[in-house]
Design a binder for this molecule. Structure first.
Ligand SMILES: C[S@@+](CC[C@H](N)C(=O)[O-])C[C@H]1O[C@@H](n2cnc3c(N)ncnc32)[C@H](O)[C@@H]1O
Length: 456
């Protein structure tokens, strides 16, 4: 097999595993690339094919349904994945049509179902006859609403399009919806952090605009930089950096303060908080319900010379057992993750609106427990990697109602503006709260929501 065919096979096997056994593409792909012995350029091709196909699956399925003249649910799943990979190459890459069609036909044939090769050949030839623009016009014509049309054209489930529209409208920026959907379909540049006080931003790196500790490499291998720094420099989205810094920098730190990271796994923000605690004479504890993720938190802390005990409890109980104890608590809550879709190509297809009520109940309980564990004057940062208003403003409003005058909201926007090296252009949400919402299309970060609440 040629190296390019190997790349396609690796992409196909990854996509199959994502659909068949709920694999995560970002975890499985490097293993399959290593096993196939792909060189750098072929590994990059396999990555582009995998991520591109999974991200744009909604669009491609609409194209396949028209070209095959049947609902995609009626197509053998193994053949459907070969078709998706073929359509991706035909509509979104410069791969020659005959190569895209022939290789997909081979993949479908190897999947074994009778007639698969002929069917795949016929469908892909039909797709290849028209331009990508023609296909977009055709699938848009079948949409019953504007949101459904955007969902088909930008490959997002309609409920996610609606949630994004509402979240942007809450800042008076509903007109940015297409820019956001476009940003979700592009691979993010690797962003790194140099832990404050114990690592330096490399001189030849480009600094990120908002976090004073963030940077992007101009070239070279991030892994080499991480190894060379003994874990004090690491990969971290700039939004995640800002979320941790919003807590550590919300108010001046008094020496001896006690900090808690309540939902810490896998520990990216814990490490940054640990460096901040070390620099300001505070102590830090971490908690994570999943033992394996708690292990990742311990590993993430290896490079920081601060003793950070890591417990493995349900955060609601962990905080409930420690009333009036902590000066700062990070609640980086489990959430739908709709703010990190560009990073996890299959994630948008795995969540459903039915997940939201259960998550918001857990988020509210975790935040309530955290507020109870604050000393008077203490601050909690409530963070989600989702802009969904139910998970962000909704949870905060409910908890504020429960605590009444005993809880005040600080302006996370003002804190982030003070931290940032450049103006992050954070509009005041139209509920008048101090919540800060970052966006992939505007800040080039994950869509993190950050609220700061102070017990009075
Ligand atoms: C958004 S992630 C945290 C990311 C982390 N702060 C970081 O920056 O690396 C949420 C975490 O909460 C954990 N979690 C879920 N339910 C929990 C609970 N009831 N108590 C504590 N942690 C929980 C999940 O296992 C997950 O690791």
């Amino acid at each position: 097999m040629s190296a390019v065919a190997d790349s396609r096979r690796v992409a196909y096997d990854t996509i199959r595993a994502v659909h068949e056994s709920d694999a995560y593409a970002n975890l499985l792909l490097p293993t399959l690339i290593g096993r196939a012995g792909l060189a750098t350029a072929d590994a990059a091709l396999a990555t582009e094919l995998t991520y591109g196909t999974l991200r744009r699956q909604g669009t491609y399925d609409a194209v396949i349904a028209i070209a095959a003249d049947r609902d995609v649910a009626e197509i053998d799943p193994a053949v459907l994945d070969a078709l998706r990979l073929g359509v991706h190459q035909l509509l979104s890459t410069r791969v020659a049509s005959h190569a895209a069609v022939n290789e997909s036909v081979e993949l479908a044939r190897s999947a074994g179902s009778r007639g698969a090769a002929g069917f795949t050949n016929a469908v892909l030839r039909r797709v290849s006859r028209d331009t990508p623009g023609d296909w977009m016009t055709r699938i848009a014509a079948g949409a019953r609403s504007d949101d459904e049309k955007l969902g088909l054209l930008f490959s997002h489930p309609v409920w996610v399009v609606r949630a994004f529209r509402r979240a942007l409208a809450a800042e008076g920026r509903a007109d940015e919806l297409e820019a956001l959907l476009t940003a979700d379909n592009a691979a993010p540049r690797v962003t790194m952090v140099a832990l404050p006080g114990i690592a330096e931003v490399p001189e030849d790196a480009r600094r990120t605009p908002f976090s004073p500790f963030g940077f992007r490499l101009s070239g070279g291998d991030p892994e080499a930089v991480i190894r060379g720094s003994e874990g004090r420099t690491r990969v971290q989205d700039e939004g995640s950096q800002l979320a941790a810094l919003a807590l550590s920098r919300a108010l001046p730190v008094r020496p001896g303060e006690r900090w808690l990271d309540l939902c810490a796994g896998p520990g990216g923000k814990t490490a940054l908080l640990a460096a901040e605690a070390l620099a300001h004479g505070a102590t830090l504890e971490a908690n994570e319900i999943s033992p394996s993720r708690a292990g990742l938190v311990r590993r993430a802390l290896e490079g920081v010379p601060l003793e950070v005990p890591v417990s493995e409890e349900d955060g609601r109980e962990r905080a409930g057992e420690a009333p009036d104890t902590y000066d700062r608590i990070l609640v980086d809550a489990p959430c739908t993750g709709l703010g990190a879709l560009r990073r996890r190509p299959e994630a948008r297809w795995r969540k459903s609106p039915g997940d939201v009520p259960e998550l918001t109940e857990l988020q509210r309980d975790l935040l309530n427990a955290a507020v109870g564990a604050l000393r008077p004057g203490g601050v909690v940062a409530y963070v989600t990697c989702s802009p969904h208003l139910a998970e962000t403003a909704g949870v905060v409003a409910e908890v504020r109602r429960e605590w009444g005058a005993a809880l005040e909201e600080l302006s996370a926007r003002d804190v982030l503006i003070a931290i940032s090296d450049a103006d992050p252009d954070l509009p005041v949400p139209n509920d008048g709260s101090g919540r800060a919402q970052l966006w992939p299309h505007r800040h080039n970060t994950d869509a993190m929501s950050i609220s700061l609440l102070r017990r009075v």
